[in-house]
Write a protein that binds this ligand. Sequence first.
Ligand code: TMP
Ligand code: ASP
Length: 236
Amino acid sequence: MKILNQLYEGKAKQVFATEDPAIVMVHYKDDATAGDGAKKGTIRDKGVVNNRLSNALMQKLEKAGIPTHYVQELNDRDTLVKRVEIVPLEVIIRNVAAGSFSKRFGVAEGTALAIPTIEFSYKNDDLHDPMINRYHALALNLATAQELDQITDMAFRINDILRQILLAANIRLIDFKLEFGRLPDGTIILADEISPDTCRFWDATTGAHLDKDLFRRDLGGEADAYQEVMRRLVTE
Ligand code: TMP
Ligand code: ASP
């Protein structure tokens, strides 16, 4: 497949057109930001881990009946995916209190939640991705009610599937962020990535952070932690 011009560059990825208008290529960088872009750096070989891990998890989700954008891994950092129109919502599922949930509600990090929760953020860098509810999303025409129902249902199913896959690797899935896209026919599919950048992974035995919180909080050891997650979860 011939790779054409760059369409978009984000904080962690670049997207390129291909000769097939229905397919784009994602390139994963090592660049990392935190605190709404206030902290900038790199995490060695993060792009490799995020590319390979996200692809491995999306393939498992596909097998479990979740439609995703995954098409083909080209190499360690490049993957072909279906071209979608991204629904401008960050969909966050939480199993255990951490991060902004702990701060907002005054609950200690690590407190198990009575049920898994869902929340949405409006993907808008200028507004710093504010939290948004279902009615706001409808009022702003970000998605239809049917799309929001589908996204919610898929996000909780993805949680059930990922929790099992991770627990088999002795990792607790604390919380994670998903993004969904629309195909030209309107079908909603899982897009973006599933990686230590977008999930909180804690070692199930020691509670050690195996995710981007090591970078966000200046704890150190993030490059090794990303490698450890890949070692446990990417077998081929
Ligand atoms: P939070 O506790 O900071 O709201 O984060 C919840 C989850 O979402 C966590 O697994 C990290 C992920 N996340 C992103 O993927 N991108 C972001 O910009 C933020 C703020 C969080
Ligand atoms: N999206 C955040 C930023 O760019 C990073 C994060 O906390 O994951 O600063």
